[in-house]
Design a protein around this ligand. Structure first.
Ligand SMILES: Cc1cc2nc3c(=O)[nH]c(=O)nc-3n(C[C@H](O)[C@H](O)[C@H](O)COP(=O)(O)OP(=O)(O)OC[C@H]3O[C@@H](n4cnc5c(N)ncnc54)[C@H](O)[C@@H]3O)c2cc1C
Length: 367
């Protein structure tokens, strides 16, 4: 009988790990609380397939993104598409680093870009601009892809209440498995690092013409990014997107539930004011459509670590997700931790290298 895995959570991480384990011949069951896949953070974010340009302050995150980007395009060629005009800009005065430093960090990280010597005409207040090949994730297509691949492995609309571990197995709400992978981004159980939950608000806009993706870096800045739907964009802002900082998932959820139209209206005003510093004609092009709510689980610390971490206690793996490009890293860590388990270790043999050398040396001894 093949080894069985229960995966809690049907976001990008749970779905990718489930497909990979299935392909390797393991038994897989995905428990997802919501009635559909990719329903929480995985379906409510800025849909950017990162290459590392966001993370000037964290080397590990840049490296994971750079590698994850090409693996993603190779493994899921139909689940993202190019963004023809994708610009990262360092604004004058408002950035935490200057343009040359930013450019140098990206160059030394081996991430490809083209420097734009003439700023696009709709932008102002900029020190420098790079054109980058980051892509947009196609979330609706991804949902259908995973539903199709995993249909026999899914238990949708099931909120896992408890897991119980014995020496030989682990039970998920009473059902027996060999291993459990908690891929809930810390919503079922907290990974063993210092972290917090951040409810978030992005804004959806409709544009009356094609508009480039524009990301201001580095620091408390803002960005406009296209979605898979032509003419539909998200606006995000480092200072205005977060709606607080909570030590439990439950408290973050309650804060989201308490958001009212007045709060959304005030965020719209603040975020439009912020983007207008760099895109003065923003309101002539974009029309606000509605908010997007989500929750980020973030490691504590101020230098923007968005790397992925995997922990293992007994038969339970806990995934601390990074960005979506780090799904491959998570899967490989899980396999590597399984391979390193004691029952996978090489049995001790009598003899060993010394005996072999002595045996062989005996045949060279002159008679
Ligand atoms: C505002 C915002 C913008 C972002 N922008 C980007 C971006 O542009 N690019 C990028 O790469 N990343 C971005 N991210 C990060 C990205 O969303 C996450 O890396 C990714 O979605 C994490 O996926 P996940 O599968 O770990 O978690 P989730 O998508 O949150 O999935 C966890 C799943 O677990 C389920 N679950 C929880 N508890 C239980 C339970 N007890 N039983 C059963 N199921 C349960 C939930 O219903 C959920 O479906 C952004 C995040 C936010 C919030």
């Amino acid at each position: 009988m093949s080894i069985s895995f229960a995966i809690i959570g049907g976001g990008w991480y749970g779905c990718h790990i489930a497909c990979s384990l299935r392909a390797l011949g393991f038994g897989v069951t995905v428990f997802e609380h919501q009635p559909r896949l990719l329903h929480l953070a995985s379906g409510n974010n800025q849909f950017r397939l990162h290459l590392g340009f966001h993370y000037a302050r964290h080397y590990g995150t840049r490296m994971q993104s750079r590698e994850g980007f090409s693996r993603f395009v190779e493994r899921y060629p139909e689940l993202s598409r190019p963004v023809p005009d994708n610009i990262y800009a360092v604004p004058c005065g408002d950035s935490l680093i200057d343009f040359l430093t930013y450019k140098l960090i990206m160059t030394s990280s081996g991430i490809e870009f083209t420097e734009l010597y003439d700023h696009p005409p709709m932008l102002t207040n900029l020190e420098g601009c790079l054109k980058v090949p980051e892509r947009v994730l196609l979330i609706d297509r991804a949902r259908r892809y995973f539903l199709d691949r995993l249909s026999e492995n899914l238990v949708l609309g099931h909120r896992v209440a408890a897991i119980e571990e014995t020496e030989a197995a682990v039970h998920v709400d009473g059902q027996r498995f060999d291993f459990v992978i908690d891929a809930t981004w810390g919503h079922f159980s907290k990974p063993p690092i210092e972290l917090f939950y951040e409810p978030t608000l992005l804004l959806y806009y409709e544009a009356n013409c094609d508009f480039p993706a524009i990301t201001m870096v580095d620091g408390p800045l803002c960005s406009i990014y296209p979605t898979e739907d032509p003419g539909l964009y998200t606006l995000s802002s480092v200072p205005h997107t977060p709606l607080g900082r909570f030590s439990t998932s439950e408290a973050a959820r309650q804060a989201l539930d308490a958001v009212d139209p007045a709060l959304v209206a005030s965020k719209v005003e603040l975020m439009e004011q912020q983007i207008a510093r760099y895109v003065p004609g923003y309101k002539d092009v974009f029309r606000f459509i509605g908010p997007q709510f989500s929750i980020k689980t973030k490691p504590s610390g101020s230098f923007d670590d968005r790397s992925c971490y995997v922990f293992k206690t007994g038969r339970v793996f806990s995934v601390m997700s990074g960005k979506i490009d780090t799904i491959f890293y998570a899967m490989e860590r899980i396999l590597s931790l399984i391979e390193a388990m004691p029952d996978a270790s090489v049995p001790a043999e009598a003899g060993g290298l010394r005996e072999e050398v002595l045996r062989s040396a005996a045949s060279w001894t002159p008679t």
